[in-house]
Design a protein around this ligand. Structure first.
Ligand code: NIG
Ligand code: FE
Length: 419
């Protein structure tokens, strides 16, 4: 039995608790369930009580001496951040492409010339499972340092069954050995592999007939994602892959309308995707369709910045009733970062989310986008004790003070992993 932990006197406890379940949109994204002079009692890795310190003092009268007390006076306390879209398990790096883009090449030009996703695919195919575990562990450690306690992780740098399985198994191993929770997504349709250039439909058949059944059978993924983009997969091809996944129990996600407006948001609504990602060029009709279907918009403002593109219309999406989540998109090409605090900040600056909306988008709504809101994303009794104590006194401060990591301490399932 580990000692209970009592975090007390937080100047602000942003619980993100609400009686309404499900992804939040419009005004609900601004309600952080704030408690001043807040306390949390943690036992057996779970939150046992949340409230005003004076109330917990009464509730636990006589048991104070049992607990390890953390004095959070002057500090903001929030749920562990959730990153609902990463490509974290990959081999190598692509710093030369960063330079090439600054010299004038575009992201798609580099990819179509065999670089980009194809370059990482070569490096990931070549890497052993042990090498991938070693490289991915470093990134997971960085996530924790930035207050992130749960992530989604995509395959898609294999695009052959063997390497896709290797990436998913690496994530499964790390789920068992690393403190971070990793929710796995199969993304065999991340690009058209060079060996299938001009034979896209054949690769779609391979995905449907040979890869998806094995992934589902081995229970290696919860979600199934497709890069629906001009010169990658058409909406029709994407739909086939996503519908095939659905028949096997895999929930659809879509990389949609990232580079060009291509009907991705509309498709997400049509197939009942849990979320659509990127959406830089989503059409007005697509945004409306997502609001009606309840599709979460997973927005990636660090990717837009890194590609020097205009960010997605986050403000408009919230106003139109779309539930917005935000994510790093951590990957070696378009967003090499693990900093969710930076992403919250960019969500405010480049998409005009308010600091409260950005925090909801990085916690509760992010958890909804990867179906783990029953255990993560808010500080409520019975949930995992995934908690961040910030070197800041309120939630506005972590977003306004920019490019700085204010994370002071992190607990994952009640175990202190940072600070
Ligand atoms: O989400 N858009 C496609 N996939 C990734 C980028 C992957 C890469 O460049 O390696 C993304 O941005
Ligand atoms: Fe992505």
């Amino acid at each position: 039995m580990t000692k209970p932990i009592w975090i007390k006197h937080a100047s602000q406890l942003a619980t993100l608790a609400s009686s309404e379940k499900g992804p939040r949109s419009k005004k609900a994204m601004s309600d952080l369930g704030l408690i001043e002079d807040g306390s949390l009692w943690i036992e057996n890795g779970l939150i046992q009580a949340v409230g005003i310190t004076a109330d917990l003092e009464k509730q636990y009268a006589g048991r104070e001496h049992e607990a390890e007390v953390v004095d959070a006076t002057g500090h903001l306390v929030t749920p562990g951040l959730v990153d609902p879209h990463t490509h974290v398990a990959y081999g190598g790096s692509r710093e030369r492409e960063f330079e090439m883009r600054l010299e004038g090449a575009t992201y798609m030009e580099i990819m179509n010339a065999g670089g980009g996703i194809h370059a990482t695919t070569r490096m990931t195919r070549e890497a052993s499972e042990e090498e991938l575990i070693e490289q991915t562990t470093k990134r997971l450690d960085l996530f924790l340092e930035h207050g992130v306690t749960t992530i989604e992780g995509k395959s898609g740098y294999g695009m052959d069954l063997e390497t896709e399985l290797k990436q998913l198994r690496v994530m499964k191993t790390l789920q068992e050995t690393h403190p971070i929770d990793i929710v796995p997504t199969f993304m065999g349709a991340h690009a058209v592999p060079v060996e299938y250039k001009g034979r896209e439909d054949e690769f779609v058949d391979l995905l449907i007939d040979e890869m998806l059944p094995v992934i589902a059978e081995e229970k290696l993924a919860v979600f199934n994602d497709v890069f629906c983009e001009k010169d990658v997969y058409t909406p029709e091809q994407s739909e086939r892959v996503l519908e095939a996944g659905k028949r096997l129990g895999l929930i659809p996600k879509i990389h949609a309308d990232e580079i060009e407006s291509y009907g991705g948001a509309e498709l997400a609504a049509k197939v009942g995707a849990i979320s659509a990602e990127h959406l830089l060029k989503a059409s007005d009709e697509g945004i409306k369709a997502m609001a009606e279907a309840g599709t979460i918009a997973c927005l990636l403002p660090a990717t837009a910045l890194y590609l020097r593109e205009q960010a997605a219309a986050g403000r408009k999406m919230i106003d139109e009733g779309v539930a917005v989540a935000i994510s790093t998109d951590c990957n070696p090409g378009s967003s090499p970062t693990t900093s969710m605090p930076l992403v919250m900040n960019l969500a405010c600056i480049s998409m005009r989310l308010t600091p409260a909306e950005a925090l909801t988008a990085a916690t509760y709504n992010a958890a909804c986008a990867i179906k783990c809101e029953d255990k993560a994303g808010s500080l409520e009794v019975g949930k995992q004790a995934d908690i961040v104590l910030w070197d800041a006194k309120n939630y506005q401060e972590i977003q306004y003070f920019f490019g700085v990591n204010h994370v002071k301490a992190v607990w994952k399932k009640g175990v202190q992993v940072v600070g």
